[in-house]
Design a protein around this ligand. Structure first.
Ligand SMILES: [Zn+2]
Length: 196
């Protein structure tokens, strides 16, 4: 078994601190590559970054990718559709994705659908050969399943995206917003004060 020399340990430590610094930067400044087109989406992303570790790792994975993600509100022709992810353009080293979500959803539902669609973005990020409709269909036929019988327009779903949406929603539910905690804390303090 190779011995772990001091410098290789240093490299590992450096890599770990880079990841931590990177995660903190995404949390502090917001992701560069995910570009929300409205305040409601900006707020949903800020809340999810603060309260969901799964959402943070999605954002960090996208930050390390060659994708730019435009996130916009949309109304869909089908009542069963709340979000979709489209590849808009691709050039060497840079691909553009549009994520459309139904912004009328309640806050936790909106965050869950954004997370669900960002998992699809991560799936595209992991497949650098996806550059057009044909390669998108190839990828999602391999990792997912078709959502409808009618072949056009093609709609796919993946088990990973279904799982991630639910997981982020649960993490959000288990981690109340900071201002709720602050209110609860000050409420308890004033209750204690009045009891003195
Ligand atoms: Zn999906």
């Amino acid at each position: 078994m190779p011995r772990c020399s001091w410098w290789s340990r240093a490299v590992v430590a450096l890599a770990i601190s880079f990841v931590l610094v990177f995660a903190n930067r995404v949390l502090a400044e917001g992701p560069d590559r995910i570009r929300p087109g409205s305040n409601i989406l900006k707020d949903a992303i800020a809340a999810a970054l603060e309260r969901s570790a799964t959402f943070r790792s999605l954002a960090e994975r996208i930050e390390r990718s060659d994708l730019i993600v435009y996130l916009t509100c949309n109304r869909f022709e089908s009542v069963t559709l709340a979000g979709r992810t489209l590849l808009v353009a691709a050039q060497p080293g840079l691909r553009y994705v549009r994520v459309q979500v139904l912004c009328e959803l309640p806050h936790s539902g909106l965050v869950a659908i954004v997370a669900h669609e960002l998992q699809h973005v991560v799936e595209i990020a992991s497949a650098t050969d996806v550059v057009d409709d044909a390669s998108m269909v190839r990828l999602f036929s391999a990792i997912g399943f078709s959502r409808q019988q009618v072949p056009r327009p093609k709609q796919f779903e993946t088990p990973a995206a279904l799982e991630i949406g639910g997981r982020v929603r649960r993490e959000m539910d288990q981690s109340p917003p900071a201002n709720t905690l602050a209110r609860r804390d000050s409420g308890e303090r004033s209750a204690r004060k009045s009891g003195d």
